[in-house]
Design a protein around this ligand. Structure first.
Ligand code: ADP
Ligand code: NA
Length: 330
């Protein structure tokens, strides 16, 4: 296959993906399958960097994989797998950690942000070296392109540096990955606090719309979304972040340009927008919820899909790792 190869991962750290994950990242994974050789990974090794419950993690990993299948990741065309099923990720991460400077790793802003929140005594060394594991994820598959949002840019830069350093010191082994700039991404904000992004770590569950929410539940969350005291339905993220967010979600899910929505809602109230958006979201999430549930109801089938994915991933990863070990002197 001569198509460029893409690697992307998502953590199984919530009971469901939310609309921010979907519109900011996951929905772009589907069309990439037409143009690229895709590897999509549920990165469970990354998910234990900040404390976890084993039973919950196991379940979330399955639900994450089922949701990826449900949104349209096709295991016949893409390699869909779970990170811990391929031991080479952890093995390569060790080698890469030995060519990563301590100061270099210390400059990663995401770690700094998280430790400011958690306190450095509670942060694990795994959280600190997380970007090195991410580099291993990408470099193992010699991925040419990595779809990244703003939040992962610095980590991809480290992956590139490590690939170049290893190639220089031990001979050309890795492809230096390029960022793949996603075209149709939207930043979604919290329904209850439109000044922060929609996130699983939100203070109230009513601020986030989960892909697996029951339609009545997401409709209710949208009805109680925080807007403003004005009446006009116009897109103005600075002055009207709540209303703008509803328009963004509407536009992203229906494909109607925001300007057309503004016209459509001229002279109408927030209540109308919320009611109709509730229906739009329900129409969109209901089939995803059903398909996810169908995979969860057939554990043998899901296991089979993930076993096939892991086998395909291992074939590529083991070959890279053998070369790396040989060059390092093992
Ligand atoms: P969370 O913020 O809920 O912890 P993650 O950090 O696990 O979500 O995000 C996984 C992916 O989803 C990332 O690529 C991130 O950029 C994207 N993403 C997360 N939240 C949003 C959002 N509110 N709007 C757009 N994209 C988002
Ligand atoms: Na996050």
């Amino acid at each position: 296959d001569s198509r460029p190869r893409v690697f992307s991962g998502i953590q199984p750290t919530a009971d469901s993906f939310h609309l921010g994950n979907y519109l900011g990242a996951l929905r772009n994974w589907v069309p990439l399958q037409d143009t690229h050789d895709c590897l999509y990974c549920v990165v469970d090794l990354h998910a234990i960097t900040a404390g976890h419950d084993p039973k919950v993690l196991r379940q979330r990993t399955r639900v994450a994989a089922a949701q990826l299948l449900a949104i349209g990741i096709d295991p016949e065309r893409s390699i869909l797998f779970v990170q811990s099923h391929v031991p080479a990720h952890a093995e390569l991460a060790w080698v890469l950690s030995c060519i990563t400077g301590f100061g270099e790793a210390s400059r990663m802003t995401q770690f700094k942000d998280k430790t400011v929140k958690q306190g450095s005594d509670r942060a694990s060394v795994g959280l600190f070296t997380y970007p090195v594991l991410m580099a291993a994820d990408i470099l193992l598959y010699r991925a040419h392109e990595v779809p990244v949002g703003e939040d992962q840019r610095q980590h991809l830069e480290l992956s590139r540096d490590l690939a170049q350093r290893f190639n220089r010191d031990y001979g050309k082994t890795f492809v230096v990955p390029e960022p793949y700039i996603l075209r149709d991404t939207a930043k979604i904000v919290d329904l209850q606090d439109p000044t922060s992004k929609m996130s699983k770590s939100a203070s109230t569950p009513n601020g986030i719309i989960e892909l697996l929410d029951e339609p009545a539940r997401s409709a209710k969350k949208i009805r109680s979304a925080v807007t403003d005291t004005g009446r006009e339905i116009v897109y103005d993220p600075e002055q009207k972040p709540g209303v703008s967010n509803l328009l963004t979600i509407h536009s992203a899910l229906t494909g109607t340009p925001v300007a057309d929505l503004e016209k459509q809602y001229e002279g109408r109230g927030y209540g109308d927008l919320k009611k109709e958006l509730g229906q739009v979201v329900a129409d969109f999430t209901a089939p995803i919820r059903e398909r996810t549930q169908a995979y969860l109801d057939d554990p043998a089938e899901l296991d089979k899909v993930l076993a096939v994915g892991a086998e395909k991933a291992r074939q590529i990863a083991d070959q890279t790792l053998r070369t790396v070990y040989d060059r390092v002197g093992f």
